[in-house]
Design a protein around this ligand. Structure first.
Ligand SMILES: Nc1ncnc2c1ncn2[C@@H]1O[C@H](COP(=O)(O)OP(=O)(O)OP(=O)(O)O)[C@@H](O)[C@H]1O
Ligand SMILES: O=P(O)(O)OC[C@H]1O[C@](O)(CO)[C@@H](O)[C@@H]1O
Length: 522
């Protein structure tokens, strides 16, 4: 059957590209992926991949194009990535391989799936000598527990993916400059040929530092990262595993908020979701459930009063529907989160007075921009305050602030409001992976092992245009954590779904008179 059996929309002749050079690709540059062979050519065993379980061995030149969409003005040079998969030649002799696995950072649905798949691919496909599960993130490199206590076997990993969490434990910290030499020594002492480090952007940075130190110390150990974060803030890849499970779990909380808000007079449900720098979880949950009236994310300024004010929008929504639901990402509005919420009573009074005088809703909203200086200034405390082991600033409680601000505003309007704050918190990331994420984890685990066995190092991997590719860690960390484009299509969809005022453009021009904005804090 010919490939065009269903008919074709149009044919673009190459000649057309010649006339329209802005669409043409003349050069494809495949991103270089480091290999141990470059540093340790003398150790390259160049063994034929003789696994009985593999029949599709990839040729070195297989690559996946990075830019699928071609826009006017795109450079004629495009990126491509090395395709992941089993290679015909191995750097290591599988029977001698000793491998280590670690999970680093916060939990994420699917961690156990990846641990199980790494272990079973190493044992079943390559029949390696030893697989060790190092405990408590990067701290595992410093532990002197005997290998027997850490050994991962097929029995040990059987069924672990049915539970959330990580059987190895997960932690932040463990690779400060003072700890780095001991971490390298830990790898040398255990004679590890490859370490699989499952973690987020911070972990990738740590893995880059560790790889460089291993190279310098002449330790021939492959470092392969597997990107993990429910925040979906790792650059280049289509998505990180666990993200869609977390979004699905968030829908349960939003649905409860809707039910609670509907049942109470003047009900307003607020759901707080994770997302320190990036609002992907909040935005995707809002789009997926379709019952939310306002979404606050770190990327888009939070404007509470005035023409584009969220509070007048909520009042309108409650008046029209009897209730409203708000989703707040934890990193949103950090410059206002500890300002004086009671000041919004004045905003509510001014808004109500304008309505009573016969102003239309837009004019009344504009008049609500009457605020005490305490509310308008906010605070930068989140950037300066306490930090966790990963160096992240402890966030200010934006969801609680929103609850107080809504209550204060409705008090000023003199209307009843019942605000219910739901914080599903760690629930969304401690659940087992969905089927979709489980499948993704399987592909990641298998391909990570294939890459390490072939000698790739200082790399990560993931889906790129729906194909599994290998990526240098340096390329991953360059623009991670990534954030949602406030002027992009996802945010536009959120605004059209919620009906909230779009305050995104203020990111570039700063807050207008009377507007309260919460800028992004990185
Ligand atoms: N530049 C760096 N150099 C050395 N180690 C680092 C570096 N950045 C991060 N790390 C280490 O990696 C650990 C994990 O990083 P981080 O806490 O940012 O979590 P993460 O990997 O981004 O995962 P999550 O998405 O759960 O936050 C840190 O606790 C720290 O020990
Ligand atoms: O409290 P912990 O474990 O540091 O994790 C919180 C952070 O982890 C993340 O979920 C990323 O995994 C962030 O959204 C959140 O701020």
């Amino acid at each position: 059957m010919p490939w065009d059996k269903h008919g074709i929309d149009r044919t673009i002749e190459l000649g057309e590209f010649e006339d329209r050079p802005e669409f043409a690709i003349s050069t494809v540059r495949v991103l270089r992926t480091p290999r141990l062979q470059d540093t340790f050519p003398e150790l390259d065993v160049r063994a034929a991949n003789s696994s009985q379980r593999l029949s599709h061995l990839l040729k070195a030149e297989y690559a996946i194009l990075g830019d699928i969409v071609r826009k006017v003005g795109h450079a004629p040079v495009t990126r491509a990535y090395v395709r992941a998969g089993p290679r015909p030649k191995l750097f290591f002799d599988p029977r001698k391989v000793r491998a280590g696995i670690m999970t680093v950072g916060g939990l994420c649905p699917g961690l156990n799936n990846v641990i199980r798949e790494l272990t079973s691919t190493l044992i079943n496909v390559y029949e390696v000598a030893e697989v060790l599960g190092l405990r408590d993130g990067l701290w595992g490199l410093h532990s002197d527990e005997p290998d027997e206590a850490l050994r991962l076997t097929l029995d040990r990993v059987c069924g672990i993916h049915l539970c959330g969490g990580s059987i190895l434990g997960s932690a932040r910290g463990g690779l400060s400059p003072e700890l780095l030499p001991a971490a390298v020594e830990g790898i040398r002492r255990r004679r590890l040929d490859m370490v699989f480090i499952i973690g987020g952007d911070g972990t990738h940075r740590a893995a880059g530092v560790l790889s460089a130190a291993l190279r310098e110390a002449k330790v021939p150990c492959a470092v392969v990262c597997i990107p993990k974060t429910i925040d979906n803030d790792i650059d280049i890849i289509d998505r990180s595993f666990g993200f869609s499970t977390a979004v699905a779990e968030a829908l349960t909380a939003i649905s409860s908020a809707k039910t609670e808000a509907k049942a109470a007079p003047g009900g307003v449900g607020i759901v707080k979701l994770m997302g320190r720098n990036a609002g992907f979880i909040a935005a995707h949950a809002v789009l997926a459930c379709g019952v939310v009236d306002a979404c606050l994310t770190p990327e888009v300024p939070v404007v509470l009063a005035g023409k584009d004010g969220l509070l007048p929008h909520l009042h309108r929504t409650v008046r029209k529907n009897g209730h409203a639901v708000i989703v707040v990402a934890e990193g949103a509005g950090q410059t206002i989160a500890n300002s004086d919420a009671s000041a919004f009573t004045e905003a509510g009074k001014a808004y109500a007075a304008a309505l009573a005088e016969g102003s239309d809703l837009a004019t009344a909203a504009a008049k609500s921009a009457v605020l005490s200086p305490g509310a308008a200034t906010g605070s930068e405390a989140a950037a300066e305050g306490e930090r966790d082991q990963g160096g992240h600033a402890k966030l200010l409680p934006i969801a609680k602030f929103m609850k107080s601000a809504v209550e204060a505003f409705f008090k000023g309007v003199d209307e009843e409001v019942n605000v219910k704050l739901i914080d599903p918190s760690y629930i969304i990331r401690s659940v087992p992976a969905s089927a979709n994420d489980a499948l993704y984890c399987l592909l990641l685990g298998q391909n990570a092992v294939h890459a390490a066995m072939a000698g790739f190092t200082e790399i990560s991997l993931g889906l790129c245009n729906n194909r599994m590719v290998l990526l240098p860690i340096t390329a991953i960390v360059e623009n991670s954590p990534r954030v949602m484009d406030p002027l992009g299509r996802t945010w536009e969809r959120v605004v059209s779904c919620t009906g909230q005022p779009n305050t995104a453009e203020r990111l570039t021009v700063g807050g207008g008179a009377g507007a309260i904005t919460g800028r992004t804090i990185f």
